[in-house]
Design a protein around this ligand. Sequence first.
Ligand code: BG6
Length: 461
Amino acid sequence: MKKFPKDFLWGASTSAYQFEGGINEGGKVPSIMDNKEGHPKYGKDITGFKDASHHYYKWKEDISLMAEMGFKSYRFSISWPRIIKNLEGDVNMDGIKFYDDLLDELKKYGIEPIVTMFHFDYPDFVSEIGGIQNARFSNLFEIYSKVLFEYFGDKVNYWLTINELNIMVLSSSAIGTGDDVSKWQVMHNLNVAQAKAIRLCRKMLPKAKIGPAPNIAVTYAKTCDPTDYTAKLNLDQIRNWVYLDIVCRGSYSKNFLNFVKASGENFVMTEEEKVILNDSKPDFIAFNYYSTATVSMTKSEDIQKDKADQQKGIVIPGFAKMVPNEFLEKTQFGWEIDPIGFRNTLRDVYDRYQLPIMITENGIGARDVLNEDGTIHDDYRIEYYKKHIEQMSLAIQDGVDVIGYMPWSAIDLVSTHEGISKRYGFVYVDRDEFDLKDMNRYKKDSFFWYKELIKNNGENI
Ligand code: BG6
């Protein structure tokens, strides 16, 4: 039995603000990410996103490296502030040209573009109206979506609406998209923005496919104490399902609405929005997977802690408390590694929604070492990928319809909150936190391994 379908989309991912640099080039207006230096929460000596990996200048070389690895697809994000200049929606033609050229280059190599419309970096001018918390956010996103569909509709077959909408809600302070005072209003506004983009895509580009791209990972109950299972159901609800239910089923579950009410929180939803939400189903589900969560029911002494980052945190009294999983090893950066959880998650998502699935992130952040001879021996990354791809193939044998795998990241880029020292790429970018060096690209051992894997369509795993 073949492990992967014939046209399986092997590739990898990046995002504009973490990869491009060139923040003042080509008419780009400021984004909320441009001037972040270090991370206020951790106080670490880490770089911000001003320079990133200089992909803005080296995009041709970068795409040729992807082509050399044999990529069938490349998932990248378009930077909203490179495209739209102001609240009125004026278009920056230099920004259009940048991505148009990039799309042509991908086409030259036969690489399918998978385009994320918004990956954390909204333009500063959106902050002038209060950012995502203002219901007008969805109108601005719709204006931007229209421009993307108009200019790139003939070159892009797959659109991803919003990267990790759920993480923007649950860990907004860690990734720097603002505080989460009315997080459910933020969630709802993002859901409406997403729905408007899907609706518009249907109208303008009937042949294109569009889907959401949250970060999904199943939750385990720490013990078979029934209250731990209730905690698992609870966390699954606010960590995973609410964001997929709204887009795939068109409404919020009663369970979720009751939870919001019981927490003394609220969000405003108009009748018109209800109609839009119910009228904008996706063609596929894309999701990012790094690690599972394990929970137990809280005890009276537990308190709500700060959310540490995308994979840690969350303590909600009487609801759930995330705890370490003793069966799992961790990365150098403390993220649990759970390849079997990947198969479990794929099965859960598919059982629930029965839509094709595309994996748009998965990977290991590590302190890679560039040797004097230009080699980087990242055997731990190969090991990580082997195990995850093996589990993905088992999920496919279980019956899950997986159409692509685009791990994080194609080439080194700056982590959301841990600088350039936390590297994910198949290609090493020679720069340090504050010394930009020459930004030269070096192929890691995983580069050659992934190239071979793609050549064999994963049969040799
Ligand atoms: C996801 C994001 O949360 O995880 C990426 O979509 C991010 O933008 C990736 O880089 C890895 O997280 P981090 O914090 O290690 O960069």
